[in-house]
Design a protein around this ligand. Structure first.
Ligand code: MCA
Ligand code: AMP
Length: 514
């Protein structure tokens, strides 16, 4: 059967001139296409030399760097499964992911080697390497002794390429298993749908441990043989300053909000740009409109999930292949991508007519294989006829535009990161003196939405809001920490005794109004 290794497809798109520049970093480092090819070969040979079992996971928690990107590509090339981990995750979070995924290889920063290696060895991991964002660490030292020639390991479309952990509304995080076929089909679809052109240059400003920065942005550039301007960390001033040398930008809404606050953002700064894409969280219509006014560009909003990569997108422009799809409409996430079936379902399991609001379900070559070692959870999330239940609530209008109006899952999306209230509440409820808690999302001018914790103390106990937040900070990734905490006498409940989170959201909705 034909080799469907995603790396092989990306590699095939590298420009014939290997000396041309593939990546230029904000530190002034330059990487050519042959640098990418040779360095990923060396890392793939290192992985090969470890004689890992088929399907081994390579778990990686390192700062963003081009070498970290190379490690991702090398893992694909060697036929193993990549497991990216947010650098904000702390030990309890990492212990769960490593314990659950049982990676054969773990790569972390030298600064974290002590605690990460302890967790990894306890979970049975054989190899722990270090990789720092200054091109040092044992991974590169060991790879330096390897050959720079490597034949990509053949993979089938259905073979695993990556596992992305997404938190659960209840219970622990689930590892979404994405295949080579899922990601290659999505990359090719987006290359076409977004009109990627020869000569495009992408400003890569997002972290590389989630779908947006790792897959949508990187696959998009590589499968088009396009150069990337690589920002280790997003900075609005510098992002704008790169625009005269670039054509495509991708960001979560917070990045657009922050750029809009910069006086340097104007029509002349963006005149070389072809396309601005937003996603991962709702783009406010105010941001969409203000961007249009200031830059003359219409942001293209799209919608996806870790489990599915990209599902829908506003159109790039008029395209005779897709009737009626020409205008990018603010407040909508556009049309189901070619190959994606999307339907809106009522509570009774019936497909709803145009314009009615219900649960969004999807099917397509991009939809994941299931949750890692959770067959029951996987079965629950799919319908009998093979549609995946996204947990998003929305509608489709008469022209086919999809709008997301809410979520049936209790989830806060803050600055593009997902925060599950159930997880935070679990930690708060364990604290001394706490009887119960509720975490809700409220509007925030910078992050779109942030968490607020509302806590009830046990009778006779005294609980301090700052102590609750400090206690959480010691255990959880920083973006999950609620921005405010209130200790109250009681929580609003319905007649069934269930906490009415909508009332709490309403009560605190103006906390951060600008
Ligand atoms: C940072 N902080 C946050 C967030 N980020 N608080 C809430 N939400 C956040 N997202 C807090 C930190 O806890 C810290 O607080 C303070 O802000 C400064 O932290 P720092 O790391 O310096 O922040 P930053 O550099 O300003 O980061 C903001 C950011 C970042 C650039 C917007 O959050 C970011 O890169 N977001 C993008 C996330 C992303 O790529 N999502 C894609 C998911 P303290 O000092 O109190 O500790 S993929 C996906 O959703 C799907 C599939 C899709 O459709 O794409
Ligand atoms: P994740 O679990 O990080 O993959 O986040 C996926 C979720 O992000 C989706 O289920 C949506 O709720 C949300 N999301 C992604 N893109 C958009 C968008 N353009 N508008 C609204 N929500 C979005």
């Amino acid at each position: 059967m034909k080799n469907q290794n995603l790396f092989t497809a990306l590699r095939a798109a590298f420009p014939a001139d290997g000396s041309a520049m593939a990546i230029e970093t904000d530190e002034g480092l330059q990487y050519s296409w042959s640098d990418l090819d040779r360095a990923t070969a060396m890392m793939a040979n290192l992985l090969k030399s470890l004689a890992l079992p088929e399907g081994s996971r390579v778990a990686v928690q390192v700062e963003k760097s081009v070498e970290a990107l190379m490690l991702y590509l090398a893992t694909l090339r060697a036929g193993y499964v990549f497991l990216p981990l947010n650098t904000a995750y702390q030990s309890a979070e990492i212990e769960y992911f490593i314990g659950n995924a049982e990676p054969a290889v773990v790569v972390c920063s030298a600064a974290n080697f002590g605690w990460v290696s302890k967790i990894a060895f306890k979970a049975g991991t054989q190899h722990v390497f270090t990789l720092n964002d200054d091109r040092t660490g044992s991974l590169l030292e060991r790879a330096a002794h390897q050959s720079d020639q490597h034949q990509a390991v053949p993979r089938q479309a259905d073979d695993l390429a990556a596992i992305l952990y997404t938190s659960g509304t209840t219970g622990r995080s689930k590892g979404a298993m994405l295949t080579h076929g899922n990601m290659l089909s999505n990359a090719l679809t987006l290359q076409d749908y977004w009109g990627w052109k020869k000569g495009d240059v992408l400003i890569h400003a997002l972290p590389i441990f989630h779908v947006h920065g790792l897959f949508v942005a990187i696959h998009g550039a590589l499968i088009n043989g396009s150069k990337m301007i690589w920002m280790a960390k997003f900075d609005p001033k510098r992002a704008i300053a790169y625009m005269p040398q670039a054509t495509v930008f991708m960001g979560v809404p917070t990045l657009y909000v922050r750029m809009l606050a910069e006086p340097s953002l104007n029509k002349s700064a963006v005149q070389n740009m072809r396309l601005f894409i937003a996603g991962s969280a709702p783009l406010l219509i105010e941001t969409f409109t203000e961007w249009q006014e200031k830059t003359g560009h219409t942001i293209l909003e799209r919608y996806g999930m870790s489990e599915t990569a990209m599902l829908t997108s506003n159109p790039y422009g008029p395209d005779k292949r897709y009737a009626k799809q020409s205008e990018r409409r603010g407040g909508t996430v556009g049309f189901p991508l070619p190959g994606v079936s999307l339907r809106v379902m009522g509570d009774g399991g019936q497909t709803l007519p145009t314009g009615e609001i219900g649960g969004i379900q999807v099917k397509g070559p991009n939809v994941f294989k299931g949750y890692w070692r959770m067959p029951e959870k996987t079965a629950e999330e799919f319908t009998a006829d093979g549609f995946f239940k996204t947990g998003d609530v929305g509608k489709v209008d008469e022209r086919g535009y999809v709008t997301i109006v809410g979520r049936s899952k209790d989830l806060i999306i803050s600055g593009g990161y997902n925060v599950y209230p159930a997880e935070i509440e679990g930690y708060i409820n364990e604290m001394k003196g706490v009887a119960e808690s509720a975490v809700v999302g409220v509007p925030h001018p910078d992050f779109g939405e942030v968490g607020v914790a509302v806590v009830i103390a046990k009778p006779g106990a005294s609980v301090q809001p700052d102590a609750v937040l400090a206690g959480l900070k010691a255990q959880l990734a920083n973006f999950k920490i609620p921005k405010r905490c209130f200790v109250v006498a009681e929580l609003p409940r319905n007649t069934m005794g269930k906490v009415q989170k909508n009332l709490l959201r309403d009560q605190h909705k103006a906390l951060f109004s600008a």
